[in-house]
Design a protein around this ligand. Structure first.
Ligand SMILES: Cc1ncc(COP(=O)(O)O)c(C=O)c1O
Length: 397
């Protein structure tokens, strides 16, 4: 391979795609790969969805950027649509998930500052992932992501995911807490769904209300229909004060959003936060177009139905190995036995089955297919993944 000038921040796989359509990716020689990862939960409507392509091309020809010094019609439209979909009061548009979470964490500090706190902390979870800026990587649990960066550990308290008693213990201590930040289902950390179901979020909200902490949900990965609802918290009766999202929000166009409600509304004023690019006419039109597709089609129902089908079929096909499945909608974890060496599974799936997957936590196959996958494609996904796992098993026998 020729010398690359790119910083080696990723272990790239030996493959390059040049075209995408729906659930499929194509290499230069036109080999088709079934994409069960969709750019890590980004292209929820599939690659190059015609409505999104149309929005990008039309807006690119009309107006790309003016800055937030001026009114932006599409940002108003996208903001209204998104806040109404989430039941939130206002939104700040950023360019990525990390930036959306950075905004949320700054809001938490401001909230505590306004109460006269001197050194507030934010409660975060074990196995969490919130981004790579200094503040968000400090909120992230992954040791590799944090190593060497003098992370701001004094600003966070980490508790086990799903452990309400651990949060109660923090509430009973005299630590000054500004907020709690968590993912409704943890993605990078191993596709972990709380064992109590989404009612867990209601218990957390109650604790936040009792203690006047901001209840902040990172829906960067779970938002925009991924779990079968617009936002994952909508599976429960919980109402967060702050919701962040990104990934599926732009279906591949880089954009993020931090939404607030009630006591978290009105904290940022002119000059206290900002972004040159946040919510450009182009980005906002894409956000609005994604919203229109999600709101006016059955893709979220499809995500629920096909997600259930894939989870069930995989667990049935691999029952002899004790394989189980978890997740919601199109956020699927296929849990292989923890003593299996799964390090070659991604390669086997790609090279032998032309299937794009990911493995997290050492032994959990993470599937993040397009929300609008067809039943025929789901069946192919199941058949290819089953064959790849049999292949892995025979290799390691
Ligand atoms: C839950 C969650 N939060 C935040 C991020 C960071 O998003 P980005 O890579 O767009 O900065 C990710 C990315 O994987 C994520 O899954």
């Amino acid at each position: 391979m020729t010398h690359s000038y790119l910083m080696p921040t990723y272990n790239r796989q030996p493959i390059t795609f040049v075209r995408g359509e729906g659930s499929w990716l194509y290499t230069q020689d036109n080999t088709a790969y079934l994409d069960a990862l969709t750019g890590i939960a980004v292209c929820g409507l599939g690659h190059c969805h015609p409505k999104i392509t149309q929005a990008i091309t039309e807006q690119a020809a009309a107006l790309v950027h003016t800055s937030n010094l001026y009114g932006i019609q599409w940002q108003e439209r996208a903001g209204t649509a998104l806040c109404q979909a989430a039941g939130m009061d206002s939104v700040f548009f950023a360019n990525s998930g990390a930036e959306a979470n950075e905004a949320a964490l700054k809001l938490a500090r401001l909230y505590a500052h306004n109460k006269g706190y001197s050194r507030p902390k934010v409660i975060v979870m074990q196995h969490s992932f919130h981004g790579r800026t200094l503040l968000t990587v400090s909120a992230t649990a992954n040791a590799k992501a944090r190593e060497g960066f003098f992370t701001l550990d004094d600003d966070f308290i980490r508790v086990p995911f799903g452990d309400i008693d651990a949060i109660k213990q923090v509430a009973n201590s005299d630590t000054q807490i500004a907020a709690i930040l968590l993912e409704p289902i943890q993605g990078e950390g191993g596709l972990n769904a709380p064992t109590q179901g989404f009612a867990y979020l209601e218990q957390i909200q109650q604790l936040c209300d009792e203690n006047d902490w901001l209840f902040m949900l990172d829906e960067v990965q779970t938002g925009n229909g991924r779990t079968g609802k617009y936002f994952a918290f909508q599976h429960s009766n919980a109402k967060p004060d702050v919701v962040t999202t990104a990934k599926g929000l732009g279906n591949g166009f880089p954009v993020g959003a931090c939404m607030v409600r009630g006591r978290a509304n009105g904290l940022f004023g002119a000059g206290s936060h900002g972004s040159t690019y946040g919510g450009t006419p182009l980005a906002s039109r894409v956000v609005y177009s994604v919203y229109e597709v999600l709101a006016n089609s059955d893709v979220m129902e499809n995500a629920t139905t096909e997600g259930e089908f894939i989870r069930q079929a995989m667990a049935d096909n691999l029952a002899q190995y004790g394989v189980s499945s978890r997740g919601h909608g199109m956020m699927i974890g296929i849990v292989l036995p923890s003593d299996w060496d799964c390090s070659s599974l991604v390669d086997i799936a790609r090279d032998e089955q032309k299937l794009i997957i990911n493995v997290v936590g050492g032994h959990v196959v993470r599937l993040l297919p397009a929300l609008n996958i067809t039943r025929a494609e789901s069946e192919q996904l199941v058949a290819r993944l089953t064959a790849a796992i049999h292949g892995l098993k025979s290799q390691t026998n």
